[in-house]
Write a protein that binds this ligand. Structure first.
Ligand code: AMP
Ligand code: MG
Length: 352
């Protein structure tokens, strides 16, 4: 299929026409990729089972991995969920619209096809103006996972979406103002105690400050789910965010990490491999060999979240065989960074 590549420019007449076309495509059961504040999403009408199935086909996504439903108005929660616990209201007042997804008990209108058969639904109200406008003007709830091929790093730029999905979907709304860079925080409010299922820009510390007790799903720490155990967030069990190259994380004291990455790089080069090093503003000058890319700063790990997926994809473009990355703190937004990095590395962590 021909994919309409729509570059939003701020030129009102052109942009208005693109939004109208995107809304028409969504209402008639097609697929539109669009930017949000976290990553690009691949959207379809959430209540149209055939449309939602196209998302799974276009991404190559397993059908038991449920989709997040994107809404534009507070009243929509009560239409999609059959119970709104007080915690949802507290989170709403503090963080929404924004990069936070709530898992609630689903209402009857939500099809099983988008929840992987679960009795719950994931709902998010994005703050990004393009996303909010698309949801509102299309008049549908938009089911949208990240707009990448399943298993690949999530897209934070239009070029990433075009690379993965051109020819597989109806339209791509291009507007490179994605800010956060990692997917939304997911909190499960369907049980007695709130549970953090996926870390993101809204941190565990902030959630606890708002709600008191919040438990943490063990799968978050990068622990693989043992065979036979059903993970709470079904997406957790799949290989995720992976670049083509083999990625390893090197953790430890900063000086030891630098020395170890340099030694590993020399060994790999001696074997004839092309090596990428994911470095930081603080450390980049310390790596004399390999292809060195700065992912952000240890002093402000939000910069690392912002650039992480783009840097992994940039290494793929350079066709490196192997990537070594420094580790990050695991606190605040660093928790989201390490969660994604550990999955991207397939749990390969080297202690320096
Ligand atoms: P993505 O849209 O690619 O960011 O993936 C959506 C994530 O939300 C996946 O990891 C899902 O497992 C999770 N998710 C969606 N719906 C639910 C639900 N009802 N219960 C638990 N996790 C969910
Ligand atoms: Mg995804």
């Amino acid at each position: 299929m021909d994919t309409v590549i729509a570059k939003l420019t701020g030129d009102t007449r052109k942009d208005d026409a693109y939004f109208a076309q995107a809304g028409e495509i969504l209402r008639s059961g097609g697929l539109v990729a669009f930017p949000t504040e976290t990553v690009y999403g691949l959207g379809a009408d959430a209540l149209n089972v055939e449309a939602a199935k196209k998302i799974y086909a276009a991404k190559g996504r397993p059908s038991d991995n449920p989709l997040i439903v994107h809404i534009a108005d507070r009243a929509d929660y009560a239409k999609l969920a059959r119970e709104i616990p007080p915690a949802a209201g507290l989170l709403y007042d503090r963080f929404l619209p924004g990069p936070l997804t709530m898992i609630l008990k689903k209402s009857a209108i939500v099809p099983d096809a988008i929840t992987g058969g679960l009795d719950t639904v994931a709902i998010r109200m994005p703050s990004h103006p393009t996303a909010a406008r698309l949801i509102r003007e299309s008049g549908v709830y938009i089911a949208a996972p990240s707009a990448n091929l399943s298993g690949k790093p999530s897209p934070t730029k239009a070029e990433h979406v075009i690379h993965d999905l051109n020819g597989r979907i109806d339209m791509i709304l291009c507007d490179d103002t994605v800010d956060v860079g990692v997917e939304s925080t997911i909190i499960d409010l369907s049980g007695d105690v709130p549970v953090l299922l996926r870390p993101g820009y809204i941190t565990l510390e902030q959630l606890r400050d708002c709600l008191g007790r919040v438990d943490v799903d063990p799968a978050i720490r990068g622990v693989s789910v043992p065979a036979g155990v059903v993970p709470k967030a079904p997406g957790m069990k799949y290989k995720h965010y992976a670049p083509d190259a083999d990625l390893a994380i090197v953790e430890g004291e900063p000086e030891a990490v630098i020395a170890r990455i340099n030694a590993l790089t020399r060994d790999a080069k001696a074997r004839g491999e092309k090596v990428g090093i994911m470095a930081t503003e603080e450390t980049a000058s310390r790596y004399p060999e390999g292809i060195v890319k700065v992912v952000g700063s240890h002093r402000d790990e939000a910069t690392v979240a912002h650039n992480l997926f783009a840097v992994l994809r940039a290494f793929d473009e350079e066709k490196v065989d192997r990537i070594y990355s420094e580790g990050f703190s695991g606190h605040n937004v660093g928790q989201a960074v390490m969660n994604r990095l550990i999955k991207a590395a397939g749990h390969t962590i080297i202690n320096a």
